[in-house]
Write a protein that binds this ligand. Structure first.
Ligand SMILES: O=C(O)c1cc(C(=O)O)oc(=O)c1
Length: 305
């Protein structure tokens, strides 16, 4: 435990997860997960909006092995701001089995970008979720996007569905592959045929450089049931959304656990049961292989494909 005091009400990640019943295909990639600290080694950023529990690289790699994943994509968590040391250290300790997505500021030098590349970073994250980050001007983000495009990296974007109309012009002007976190956070109460979700599907349909993570049903679900107590058919209200995206864009979807699940308020899922969500949204072996192996390998380990 670090000297940092967790945000009141913080839910720690679930210890002792189940073994998934769904057998992941060989070479499966957990394409969205984080490390937190540990705070004593890698302090949380002063500008952070929450203070988490520790979630170390060793704990992440143990979960990877327990669930049956081969590799991780470690996404810079906002509690570390633009200090990428914890994520970079995890990538460097993974024996080539982790790649990273960083948060950078305009002030980063070319040499620092090169060092991130050497550590395994292949993308930057632009976050528009107001409870997580302060606003960064779009001209600064566009400048960063232009620089990282030259390294062959992509941009990961995190936003709420209601904000897509306002962000549309910026997103569609990005010069790289663009990966949307958690399906752009649809409001599942509005339904899979809502105008809001139709706009997201149009965003993907009209822009072949846009990919989506079909992750985080535990954040989006309103009616559950929760991935706890042996429930292998969890978050049923999210299934139609994720399945629609997987079936419409099978070559542009990724899946990740989102471990250690920052900022969940209601419950902390059993990650083994969360893996059992996958066959509900990708029902065939071919869709599963694309989602879990082919697509993440093409984006993060293209030299091996
Ligand atoms: O919805 C969230 O609270 C959340 C936060 C972070 C982060 O703090 O980086 O990352 C995520 O993927 C999701």
């Amino acid at each position: 435990m670090s000297a940092f005091e967790k945000t009141p009400g913080w839910l720690d990640w679930y210890a002792g997860p189940s073994k998934p019943r769904f057998q992941l295909p060989a070479g499966a990639v957990d394409a969205h997960c984080h490390v937190f600290g540990p705070g004593d080694a890698f302090p949380f950023a002063p500008e952070r909006k929450y203070t988490p529990c520790d979630a170390s690289k060793a704990q992440l790699f143990a979960l990877r092995d327990h669930l049956g994943f081969a590799r991780n994509v470690i996404v810079q968590a906002t509690c570390h701001g633009a200090d990428n040391r914890a994520m970079v250290d995890a990538c460097q300790s993974s024996g080539g089995r982790a790649r990273g997505v960083a948060t950078v500021r305009r002030s980063i030098s070319d040499a620092e970008l090169q060092a991130l590349h050497a550590a395994g970073v292949r993308g930057v994250r632009f976050n528009f979720v107001k409870r997580l980050v302060d606003f960064t001007p779009k001209d600064e983000l566009m400048e960063i996007a232009g620089r990282i495009a030259r390294l062959g990296w992509h941009v990961v974007i995190y936003f709420e569905a209601v904000d897509l109309p306002e962000l549309w012009d910026f997103f569609t002007a990005l010069p790289t592959t663009v990966v949307v976190d958690h399906m752009g956070r649809p409001d599942v109460a509005k339904g899979v045929d809502s105008a809001e979700f139709a706009l997201f599907l149009k965003f993907m349909r009209e822009h072949p450089n846009v990919w989506s993570k079909v992750s985080c049903p535990e954040r989006l679900s309103l009616t559950g049931p929760k991935a706890l107590d042996g429930e292998r058919n969890a978050y049923r209200d999210v299934v139609p959304f994720a399945r629609r995206v997987v079936e419409a864009f099978p070559d542009r979807v990724l899946w990740g656990t989102d471990w250690p699940h920052p900022n969940l308020k209601d419950h902390m899922p059993d990650d083994g049961l969360l893996v059992d969500f996958i066959p509900h949204i990708a029902p065939t072996a071919e869709l599963q292989r694309k989602l879990l192996v082919d697509n993440p390998m093409r984006l993060y380990w293209p030299e091996e494909v």
